[in-house]
Design a protein. Structure first.
Length: 795
């Protein structure tokens, strides 16, 4: 444990404690950031059942409302996703007489009377059942009740005083297709008694950006209906979602539609989706969504509507105002009350910590300009306001730059129970990345209550990523500095201690990034440093090493800030992951796909050499008297064309888990210009590709063998090389199966693996090549599988 006490002042200060690696955490230990004037409120302490990544629509509404809002139905989405891997049990109890019989159903027929026997049978593909001494009966398409009557008629005509009883012993499986905004779109095998909700669960639930109100159910006959899941959530018509699916049905989840939000003193604040096709909703309907006010009586209702400039336009609603609400509208519901004696708390690195009445400090400027509040060694570019929202008490954090407030370029009104937190300059720059095992707490010693508030690591990463200004090169203190406002390049260099002694700099390289991608780069003359503004996400480099700045690598997928990043000599994979904000909670580092330009060129060269040799050998064979078979020539030409157009990947098997890299630096790969790394999200699928009848991503089941996955994909095509079938593990390494007549070496198939059935090279045995066509065909299959993983996750 590392303990740090802030410099002494007239009163006790906060003692910030950090268990872990870096002093950075001390500055951010109090909580999460909202964009406030620039950022959206984030969750302070998300539970394990909640996603760590805030919904972008909810985040936007939260920023406008000043309190945290969630999408209505988020828990329902979470329950669908949580149950998606739970095997659906057979239905309990009696199956109704209206159940439609189909091929694959298992029946038990009992005859009682002059003839007593029990027969178990399955409806065959023709839809018929056959009993001894009775003609076959067409059962498919009949209801259970109709089949019972039909069977009784047949039995009565053949046997005297005999009754027939029919029960269902096993339900058939049907195939339906789920598409749209779901994690695992595609065909599914489910029970014939399944409902649309069962199918959505099997597809992994509904994505955060998917609609809950416009789920489309289509049948093979062309009928279409819309399922509104709000009927289920609000209890207005739960029976509407009890539809039984039929073979061939299609379920499509479109993107979320128009939305409105309600915040404040209501029973169910949140973001609500409008009915499909509707762009407006009445005030009365919106109130029903919210569950009504928390308590009866008069209320103040503010309507915030976005103008053409994208800014909120506020309207106070009177008792007779009943506007129609539009997409993007926000209602803020407040309960009038007597104005209390307002107070705020000043804490952190300050000369005057403690309670301040609101009438003496109604704004940041009034507070920070009071004598003794700002100390000479305060950090000038980051402070936080901890704001407690009424009536829930939910805490959000709003960033500000004390320097900008003191200079008068920024200000913000304070509210009752706000806490303003300041930091010392010695906490920055960021000394080292935060690791998942680090624990960060803050203890207060100068207020009425003393306690510890743990901060989730993902929230720290999000905070750092949103505020990071990278200052490097020949400066006194290079590193990453969090800044809550724009500052001049001259101020930024001063923040890093200025240029190192003896260094004569004429220009400074300024790179600007947006969402992780470089959007501009320019040289700032030394005499104009005070005129050029820089902000979070920018990179200043004083080295003058233009070649280093021109080199770049790319990181995509499940990272907090994907994009292209400048790379310098000595940079490693772990450095790139840190600059990208770290991995998301859903990231699957074991399946990282790392590619290198040099490997890609070599791979392309090998493939082109094989194509050229193939062309030359075929041309030579055509000059002989005993010309080869015409089909072989055509196949060779097609293969040559396929080889010439094949896209090389240049994949390298690497260790990409940040924890492993921290513990084993020797495995931390040095980066080169043009490198790319893609982090897929954790998956519960196994992909089968290559020469199989139905290539697909199949659900992973622990203990399921390779043969079962291949069979589920339809088995091999006639062109498959069964003996060369192999498994590509998530890290990119390949392991042969040695499949032969379904006898194979037992290999554990991990989630995220790909089973590849390459094309059989035997038809080309008559062509004498130095290149191994079989290996090249296998390499093409592996590349295609890796590209498919990237494409599927991006979709």
């Amino acid at each position: 444990m590392i303990a740090k006490t802030l410099p002494d002042g007239p009163r006790h200060r906060h003692v910030i404690r950090h268990i872990g690696r870096t002093a950075l955490a001390m500055a951010f230990a109090v909580g999460m950031l909202t964009t406030s004037a620039h950022a959206a409120p984030l969750k302070q302490r998300p539970s394990s059942a909640q996603t760590r990544t805030e919904h972008p629509i909810a985040a936007d509404y939260s920023a406008r409302a000043g309190s945290r809002l969630t999408i209505f139905g988020d828990r329902f989405r979470a329950s669908l996703a949580r149950d998606s891997n739970t095997e659906q049990p057979e239905p309990l109890g009696q199956i109704g007489d209206d159940y439609i019989i189909g091929a694959g159903d298992r029946l038990v027929v009992r005859l009682r009377g002059s003839r007593n026997e029990t027969t178990e049978l399955t409806i065959d593909r023709s839809g018929r059942i056959a009993l001894d001494e009775l003609n076959p009966i067409m059962a498919a398409g009949l209801s259970l009740g109709e089949l019972r009557d039909t069977l009784q008629d047949a039995v009565s005509s053949q046997f005297l005083d005999t009754r027939a009883f029919v029960t269902i012993d096993g339900i058939r499986q049907i195939s339906v297709t789920v598409t749209g905004a779901v994690p695992f779109p595609g065909p599914l095998q489910i029970s014939s008694l399944a409902t649309p909700l069962d199918a959505l669960k099997a597809a992994g639930g509904i994505d955060p950006m998917g609609s809950l109100r416009a789920v489309i159910l289509g049948s093979e006959g062309g009928n279409r209906s819309v399922i509104d899941l709000y009927d289920l959530l609000l209890g207005s018509n739960p029976a509407a979602n009890r539809v039984t699916l039929h073979a061939g049905d299609r379920i499509h989840v479109p993107p979320i539609g128009s939305t409105i939000a309600i915040a404040g003193a209501v029973k169910r604040p949140g973001v609500f989706e409008l009915s499909p096709g509707k762009t407006t909703i009445s005030l009365e309907e919106a109130i029903l969504f919210s569950g009504g006010p928390l308590r009866p009586g008069a209320h103040d209702i503010t309507l915030s509507r976005l103008g053409a400039d994208g800014l909120d336009q506020h309207q106070q609603l009177g008792g007779n105002d009943k506007p129609m609400l539009e997409n993007g509208d926000l209602l803020i519901w407040q309960t009038p009350q007597a104005v209390p004696q307002g107070r705020i708390t000043l804490s952190g690195h300050t000369g005057r910590p403690g309670i301040v009445t609101l009438d003496h400090a109604f704004s940041l400027a009034r507070l920070l300009r009071q004598p003794g509040v700002i100390l000479p060694d305060n950090y000038s570019w980051l402070g936080l306001i901890a704001r407690r929202a009424d009536p829930t008490g939910q805490v959000t954090y709003i960033s500000f730059a004390p320097q900008a407030v003191i200079e008068g370029t920024r200000d913000r009104r304070l509210q009752d129970r706000d806490e303003v937190i300041l930091f010392p300059a010695e906490l920055f720059p960021l000394a080292a990345p935060i690791l998942p095992k680090d624990e960060i707490v803050i203890a207060e010693t100068d207020t009425e209550d003393t306690g510890e508030l743990p901060l989730p690591l993902d929230d720290l990463r999000a905070l750092i990523g949103s505020l990071e200004l990278d200052i490097g090169g020949t400066v006194q203190q290079p590193g990453r500095y969090p800044v809550a406002d724009s500052l001049s390049a001259e101020q930024a260099l001063a923040l890093a201690g200025g240029v190192q002694p003896g260094v004569d700099v004429e220009t400074i390289a300024h790179s600007r990034y947006q969402q992780g991608a470089m959007i501009s780069r320019a040289d700032i003359p030394a005499d104009r440093l005070g005129n050029v503004m820089v902000s979070a996400g920018d990179v200043l480099h004083v080295d003058g090493d233009r070649q280093a700045l021109a080199r770049a690598v790319e990181i995509t997928g499940a990272v907090l800030r994907p994009g292209r990043y400048a790379v310098q000599a000595g940079d490693r994979l772990s450095d790139l992951i840190t600059r990208a904000g770290g991995l998301t909670e859903q990231a699957f580092p074991e399946g990282a796909i790392f590619t290198r330009q040099s490997e890609k060129r070599l791979e392309k060269q090998r493939i082109l050499q094989a194509a050229q040799e193939l062309d030359q050998v075929v041309a030579t064979m055509l000059t002989r008297d005993d010309k080869p078979d015409r089909d072989l020539i055509e196949m060779s030409r097609k293969l040559s064309e396929e080889l010439r157009t094949a896209l090389p990947l240049g994949r390298i098997t690497v260790e990409a888990d940040p924890l492993t890299l921290a513990n084993n630096p020797a495995q931390d790969l040095l980066l080169q210009d043009g490198d790319t790394v893609y982090f897929p999200e954790r998956t519960l699928t196994v992909r089968v590709s290559g020469e199989v009848l139905s290539p697909a991503a199949l659900q992973f089941i622990s203990g399921k063998d390779v043969a079962s996955y291949l069979k589920e994909a339809g088995g091999f095509t006639a062109l498959a090389d069964k003996a060369r079938t192999f498994v590509v593990t998530p890290d990119g390494s390949a392991r042969p199966l040695k499949v032969s007549a379904w006898n194979y070496d037992p290999i554990t198939v991990l989630p995220g693996s790909t089973i590849v059935a390459p094309r059989d090279p035997k038809p080309f045995d008559a062509i004498e090549l130095t290149a191994n066509i079989g290996n090249i065909l296998s390499q093409i299959a592996v590349t295609a599988a890796s590209i498919a993983v990237i494409t599927d996750n991006d979709d």
